[in-house]
Design a protein around this ligand. Structure first.
Ligand code: AMP
Ligand code: ZN
Length: 147
């Protein structure tokens, strides 16, 4: 999108007080499914479903608002690969990729992470939202505001 400025700062930041910085960089042990130069994928310790994983950048970006575009894209690419492998190896029936930003959106750890939540028929989880209603005026107002 033309108005969308990439977060251009290229940092090599780690936050010494951040638990996900420590996990991503191997200072705190984790059950790791995948690792490369930029990312570590770990199993969530409070899993929504069996196999719930988190894609963690090894550098500290608090949320989608701070992470550079290529790092965000890389996280999604790895999320896709993990989802495909889970389908093959764990025989999952579906997957939710979830990424929370800000307290209002349910973010509890302020280090960007992408949830890969495998889904199984009748797994009893409720990750989807309750549909609301919007007037034509409201929809038009949003389109206008976003120009
Ligand atoms: P969010 O609410 O999107 O910030 O997600 C934070 C997630 O991190 C939750 O699903 C937690 O269960 C998970 N979590 C928190 N601490 C740890 C940890 N030490 N190891 C693995 N997962 C964690
Ligand atoms: Zn961090």
């Amino acid at each position: 999108m033309p108005w969308k400025k990439a977060a251009e700062m290229e940092t090599t930041m780690k936050d010494t007080n951040c638990i996900f910085c420590k996990i991503a960089n191997g200072e705190i042990p984790s059950r790791t499914l995948y690792e490369d130069e930029r990312y570590r994928v770990i199993l969530d310790l409070g899993p929504a479903t069996k196999g719930h994983a988190l894609v963690l950048p090894k550098e500290h970006f608090a949320s989608i608002y701070e992470i550079p575009e290529d790092w965000a894209a890389g996280a999604v690419k790895i999320g896709q690969q993990i989802a495909v492998r889970m389908k093959e190896r764990l025989h999952t029936d579906g997957v939710n990729l979830v990424q929370n930003n800000g307290e209002a959106a349910g973010q509890t750890v302020p280090h960007f992470h992408l949830h890969v939540i495998p889904r199984y028929q009748n797994d009893g989880q409720h990750i989807l939202w309750k549909p609301g209603k919007a007037s034509d005026a409201e929809l038009d107002e949003i389109v206008e505001a976003m120009k």
